[in-house]
Ligand binder design. Structure first.
Ligand SMILES: [Zn+2]
Length: 168
C-alpha cells in the first residue's frame, strides 16, 4: 500500500528527511516501529501541499512504447504483443492517441512545492489529509482529522514540511 506522510525537518534537506524516516524502516531487523519498506519524496502525492498537478508538467511524460509515440498501434507492437493485433492502425489504447505516457510516480520530476515552510501549510492549502506526519522530534502520528494536522503544524511552526510517498 502507498500512503502519504508529511515529514517535518529543519530545512527540508534530503538527508534530514531520510534521517527522520530511518527509524521506521521495515528492512531494518532492529526496527521497533516498522512503517515502510520503500519511500520517495513526492511520488504519487506530489503536489498535495500546493495543488500542483504533475500531469501538467511536460517533463513528466515519456514516449509511448505501445505505439512508438505515434498514437496509433503499429504492426511492430502487435508482433511483440499479440493482444494488440486487433488494434493495428487504430488509436493506441495505452496513450489514447497522445503518443506519450506519464512516467511512474517514482520517476516524476522533483517539485519544489513538495517542501513548504510549516507556517504556509494550512488545512485549506492541503489537497487532502495525509496518512501520517513525522514531527520535528521524530514522532510518528497517524492522522485522523484535519484538525489534528493543524495542531501538529502549530506545534512545529519552525519546520519545513515535505511530502513523502511511503510504501509498506
Ligand atoms: Zn501509445
Amino acid at each position: 500500500m502507498h500512503f502519504s506522510v508529511l515529514v517535518m525537518t529543519r530545512q527540508g534537506l534530503d538527508g534530514q528527511i531520510a534521517r527522520q524516516l530511518d527509524k521506521f524502516d521495515e528492512n531494518d531487523p532492529s526496527c521497533t516501529n516498522p512503517k515502510w519498506d520503500w519511500w520517495v519524496i513526492g511520488g504519487g502525492f506530489s503536489g498535495m501541499l500546493d495543488g500542483y498537478d504533475p500531469r501538467t508538467n511536460p517533463k513528466n511524460y515519456k514516449p509511448c512504447a505501445y505505439c512508438e509515440a505515434t498514437g496509433i498501434t503499429t504492426e511492430a507492437v502487435a508482433e511483440k504483443h499479440p493482444a494488440y493485433k486487433p488494434h493495428v492502425g487504430k488509436t493506441c489504447i495505452q496513450c489514447l492517441g497522445s503518443g506519450k505516457r506519464l512516467v511512474s510516480p517514482s520517476e516524476l520530476e522533483p517539485h519544489e512545492g513538495d517542501h513548504r515552510a510549516a507556517i504556509l501549510v494550512t488545512r485549506e492549502s492541503l489537497s487532502y489529509v495525509p496518512y501520517a506526519i513525522i514531527d520535528l522530534a521524530g514522532q510518528w502520528h497517524e492522522i485522523e482529522s484535519s484538525e489534528e494536522v493543524e495542531e501538529i503544524i502549530q506545534n512545529n511552526l519552525a519546520s519545513v514540511v515535505s511530502v513523502v510517498d511511503c510504501h509498506d
